[in-house]
Each structure stands twice: as C-alpha cells, then as structure tokens.
Design a protein around this ligand. Structure first.
Ligand code: NDP
Length: 335
C-alpha cells in the first residue's frame, strides 16, 4: 500500500488564496487495476490559472496543475515502469491514474517528450503548456512580421519571457513590461529585449512613446488593466492584440474588477484586431510546438529560466509567490 498526500481546495478564494483554503488529505492508494499506473510526482507547476479557474470549479476539488512524475507500477503496456509522464494531477505526491479513460483537454497525459538532456521540469514550462501558449498564441494570433514592434506584459514570467524571445527570433523589435528592476535587467541583458520597463515605477505612457516612437504593431497581453489600455492606445493601423490573460484582476472580487480607460477610439480608428485565445486551441499541434521549443532551447536561441521551490510542504507558498511576482521565468516545485 502506498500512502499518498494531496492538496484539496476547500473554499472559493477571497482575494489572494490563503493556506487555510487548502487541506492536505492523506489516503492509501488501492492496488492497480487493468490500465492503471502508479506515479510518483517529481515536478509540479504553479500557474495563474489555478487562481483564475477557482471560480469555475465547484469546491472542494483536488488542486489541479501540470506535473511530471515517474511511473512506479504499471498495468498499461503504453506506460511502462520507469518512464515519465506529463499529467494534470496537480499537487499530490503519488497517484493512481486510469490510462484507458478518454480525457478532456486538461486531463490528457503523455509520455515525457525527448528532452535532449534538458530537465524534465521544462516539460511543464518552456516545452509544456506555457511554451505552447507563447509559441502558438504569439505566432498564430499576433501574426508578427519581421521588423514590427512587439510589446509584451508579464514579460519576465513563464509565457511572457518566451513570447519576447520568439519575437526576437522572428526579427521583431521587442519591448517588455515587468514588475522589478532586476527583471528589467534580465530581459534587456540576458534575453535581448530591445527595451524593458518596470511598470511599477515608470510612466508607461511616456516610456512607450519614447521606446516605440513609430507605434506598436503587436501586443501580447498577459495582465489586462490600465497598462493594456495605454499600450493599445499606442498601436498602429491594423495592429494585433493577443489577449492571453489578465492577472492584474485575478485576485479581485469578480464583482469589483479594476476599471481601465476605454479602447474603442483606438480600436476603430486604427482598425485593430483584439483576439482572446485559450491554449487548448492547439491541442492537435502540441507535439509540433514542443519539438520546436526544445530545438530552440538546445540551439541556445531560447532561455528557459526556472524559479524552483523545493518540497511538497512549500507548494502553496510557491503558488502565492508566483502571484506576487517572486518568479523570474517559470515557477515550478521540485517534490
Ligand atoms: P508568470 O510566470 O508570468 O507569473 C505571473 C506573473 O504575473 C508574476 O510573476 C508577476 O510578475 C505578474 N503579476 C502579478 N500581479 C500582477 C499585476 N497586478 N499586474 C501585472 N503583472 C502582475 O505566469 P504565466 O506566464 O504562467 O502566465 C502569464 C499570463 O498568461 C497569465 O495571465 C495567465 O493566466 C495567462 N495564460 C493564459 C493561457 C491561455 O491559454 N490563454 C495559458 C497560460 C497562461 P511581475 O513581477 O511582472 O508583476
């Protein structure tokens, strides 16, 4: 018998998630049935959607997230002992999974791709869901052309840091906004952003006017709120906005979300296209995206920085730390 622990969300969060919103539940895992595997978790992802989807999921629920684990026992020929898988089983240390069930998007599992020597944790970061979001979300929604000016918010995070680097690969001028001077330094000195700003200390309107005197062609929006209105109001004719997320509002009461300046004058006069997207749109092209991202990492064209927290007991702190901007690159927890 294997003893397993998991985090269960007891309540809908009010404001920032609290540790008391969670309960750690211990269970004894049953013997495997046909088609099942026993997995030991090695790496767990903490992401903004864990906060955003809290409203959409009736509590109590097991805290989901992407994770990488190693197969300890198997009654499935497709998933042999010793192989690693990527699953959405979240914050638990051991689990049993039925591989014969036809999964929804989030519950898909797949064998760890050939990481070519890169850490398996990158399969839930730059070569996983956040990487696919950046790769297809930016290229398919923004449709950047060489020489165009691209702005990305949340620029030093998992998705944003990849979007900026992919934009550089595609020959664009890249401007990023992030939440600390250290992040700004990293974006400019290590990732090759043409310009980056600390949105907490600059006048974003003036900073962008100076950094992009000819205007903005593509905006990859990770944060929403007033800064997005400022950027969208400086876009060029036929500019494209990929709305990826709105983390500036995730910890607000849904009845009291922040107000931002209206966009309609710019949208009309500049004939802008503003498109929301969800990464599941590219489920059928997932492997293609993963292969390209791993190739770029191996070639040194893409830096896949991680912010690593250690230990099952610290996963909640890692989650709230990410929401507070403690991470540079992808926030992951090593179990
Ligand atoms: P990050 O690694 O970027 O981590 C979150 C970051 O958000 C923090 O590091 C912090 O950085 C920033 N942040 C927190 N509060 C605010 C605020 N009030 N205003 C501005 N920035 C803030 O997370 P991800 O890269 O995983 O996700 C980025 C965005 O992409 C999120 O909005 C997420 O929901 C979205 N997303 C959407 C997907 C889709 O399918 N549409 C898929 C995956 C992600 P800082 O120090 O800069 O403040």
């Amino acid at each position: 018998m294997v003893k397993a622990r998991k985090y269960v969300v007891k309540n809908l969060f009010q404001g920032f998630p609290k540790k008391s919103d969670y309960e750690v539940v211990e269970t004894e895992l049953p013997p495997l049935k046909h088609g099942e595997i026993l997995v030991k978790t090695e790496w767990v992802s903490v992401d903004p959607y864990l906060r955003a989807y809290n409203y959409l999921t009736p509590a109590p629920y097991d805290q989901f997230s992407y994770q990488v684990g190693v197969i300890l026992e198997s009654k499935s020929a497709q998933y042999p002992v010793g192989k690693r898988i990527v699953s959405h089983k979240g914050w638990c240390d051991y689990y049993v999974l039925d591989t014969t069930v036809e999964p929804e998007f989030f519950d898909r599992i797949y064998l760890l791709p050939n990481m070519q020597g890169i850490s398996p944790s990158v399969a839930i970061g730059a070569a996983g869901m956040p990487g696919i979001t950046a790769y297809f979300g930016f290229l398919e929604v923004c449709k950047p052309k060489e020489g165009e000016t691209v702005v990305v918010t949340g620029a030093a995070g998992a998705v944003g840091s990849l979007v900026g680097q992919i934009a550089k690969i595609k020959g664009c001028k890249v401007i990023g906004f992030a939440g600390s001077d250290a992040k700004v330094q990293w974006l400019e000195k290590e990732l090759g952003f043409d310009k980056a700003f600390n949105y907490k200390t600059v006048d974003a309107y003036k900073a962008l006017k100076e950094a992009a005197p000819k205007g903005v062609d593509c905006y990859f929006d990770n944060v929403g709120g007033e800064i997005s209105s400022i950027i969208i109001n400086q876009m060029n004719e036929y500019g494209r906005v990929a709305v990826c997320g709105s983390i500036s509002a995730y910890n607000e009461n849904p009845g009291n979300v922040p107000k931002a300046s209206i966009l309609q004058p710019a949208v009309v006069s500049k004939q802008l296209t503003i498109s929301g997207f969800v990464v599941s749109r590219w489920t059928d092209r997932w492997a293609e995206g993963v292969t390209q991202l791993i190739t770029w990492i191996k070639e040194g064209k893409l830096k896949a920085r991680e912010h690593i927290t250690e230990g099952f007991d610290n996963v909640f702190d890692a989650f709230v730390g990410m929401l507070n901007g403690e991470n540079t690159g992808k926030a992951v927890v090593k179990f």
